[in-house]
Design a protein around this ligand. Structure first.
Ligand code: CA
Ligand code: CA
Length: 443
């Protein structure tokens, strides 16, 4: 726990450090029309310049292809020669015009080890925009997602999917990526996902042999086996600082966050899941089956049910799996046992010391509103959530109002204890606009 919180009497310690807050605040503010954005808007509205592809750009790291319409997004999947290029979203995109198998998924995945698989190996920067209503329905294909298949050195980042909907009979099914083979996914989410497949089914990613960091999923996920709220399976890959609130159901290897971890190098750390898990065999609040690999500093707090090998945190752990400094809520889960982890009451699960006593980082990774909420990841705390409990509500408004018109805000006073949201030096209407934009966020 940072001493600053003691000095300032704040109960959002990680929230106080202006240096940490500043970048995201600036990003927020720069979401408005600036000159470069106006140029982009002109390009997007009046069509690409001569010779330009997509909404502009040349596909390099310095000059990525710009994507600002659903049509441009749908073109990437049809241009296999561009799958190693750089892309950047410059607008929120609605894909509701594409149903069934209309959308050209990016990357091509046939089956495990098939020579016909072709990955996306480029960089896709969502630029903090969203893609709404991606949907796909398939009776036969494997590798279903906005990206079917990605591999080194691919990166997908800063992208939100709103209400993605997949109904598939095959495997490797996730809203964002079907199968990650050594790619990197950061700062992405799937909100309100409805994902259904056969095996390796996840709210965000079907199967992960790469790196997923600072991501989350919500909604519902269902499948036959290897079914997880965030990812169906983790092979030789890592999931860090992620969470899922998606309800999960399946027949075997069903977990709130991950269905199955299957490699000795599989790592799931600083992550949690809170939704309902309904499994058959190998059902766990966080991980269905830890066949191999490690779970570090994670927790789960959703209801868990199943028929065989059911656990509060992990359904089943084999000899090559290990669970370290992790917890589950015995009351919320309805499970008094787990194949790894330590069971706690709800009250204990909402107490910092439960976690801090075994080394959890409540300065740069976690925060908890004691007695009100389970721990949350610092990155997920919305702008304007100054005070406990979690979420932006009247308690935070009162804190904001108490600093209204203060005009000496600087790094020295943490920008008037972070109420100077745009870092302008004073607390006024422009900060109120930002605050109002986040009203009820995080509840
Ligand atoms: Ca609050
Ligand atoms: Ca201000």
């Amino acid at each position: 726990m940072g001493n600053l919180s003691k000095i300032f009497g704040l109960d959002r310690p990680g929230y106080v450090t202006a240096t940490r807050r500043a970048p995201s605040l600036r990003r927020k503010q720069c979401g408005r029309l600036t000159r470069p954005l106006l140029v982009l808007l002109v390009v997007c509205v009046f069509g690409p310049l001569a010779e330009a592809k997509y909404g502009g750009g040349s596909g390099t790291q310095q000059d990525p292809y710009l994507i600002c319409t659903a049509e441009q997004l749908n073109t990437i999947g049809a241009n296999q020669s561009d799958w190693n290029k750089h892309f950047k979203l410059t607008a929120d995109i609605d894909l509701s015009g594409y149903t069934g198998t209309d959308f050209n998924m990016i990357g091509y995945y046939v089956a495990w080890y098939s020579n016909d698989n072709i990955p996306f190996t480029g960089v896709f920067d969502g630029n903090n925009h969203t893609i709404s209503n991606f949907s796909y329905t398939s009776a036969d294909k494997n590798g279903i997602g906005l990206f079917s298949y990605v591999s080194m050195p691919s990166q997908v980042k800063n992208l939100g999917l709103i209400n993605p909907n997949i109904f598939a009979q095959g495997g490797y099914v996730g809203s964002l990526v079907g199968y990650i083979n050594k790619g990197i996914i950061t700062d992405c989410y799937a909100k309100g996902a409805s994902i259904s497949g056969s095996s390796n089914v996840g709210g965000l990613v079907g199967s992960n042999d790469g790196l997923i960091v600072d991501c989350y999923s919500s909604g519902s996920v269902s499948g036959n086996m290897y079914v997880g709220g965030l990812a169906g399976e983790v092979g030789p890959g890592t999931v860090g600082r992620c969470y899922s609130t998606a309800s999960v159901s399946g027949n075997s290897n069903v977990g709130g966050l991950i269905g199955k971890a299957s490699d000795e190098t599989s790592e799931i750390k600083d992550s949690y899941a809170t939704a309902t898990v309904t499994g058959g065999t190998y059902a766990g609040g966080l991980v269905g089956q830890l066949e191999r690999g490690a779970v570090y500093k994670c927790y789960s707090a959703g209801s868990v049910s199943g028929s065989l090998n059911v656990g509060g945190l992990v359904g089943y752990t084999r000899a090559l799996g290990i669970v370290v400094n992790s917890f589950w809520d015995t009351q919320a889960s309805g499970q008094s046992a787990s194949a790894g982890g330590t069971g706690k009451t709800t009250a204990q699960m909402q107490t910092e010391n439960t976690y801090a006593s075994v080394g959890w980082d409540f300065y740069s990774i976690w925060d908890v509103c004691e007695g009100a909420n389970y721990p949350v990841l610092l990155w997920q705390i919305p702008v304007g959530d100054f005070r406990c409990p979690d979420g932006v509500n009247f308690v935070d408004y009162a804190w904001f109002a108490a600093h209204w018109r203060q005009n000496n805000c600087s790094a020295a006073n943490y920008y008037c204890l972070v109420t100077d949201l745009d870092l302008s030096g004073s607390v006024g209407f422009s900060d109120l606009v930002i605050f109002a934009d986040n009203w009820l966020a995080g509840l």
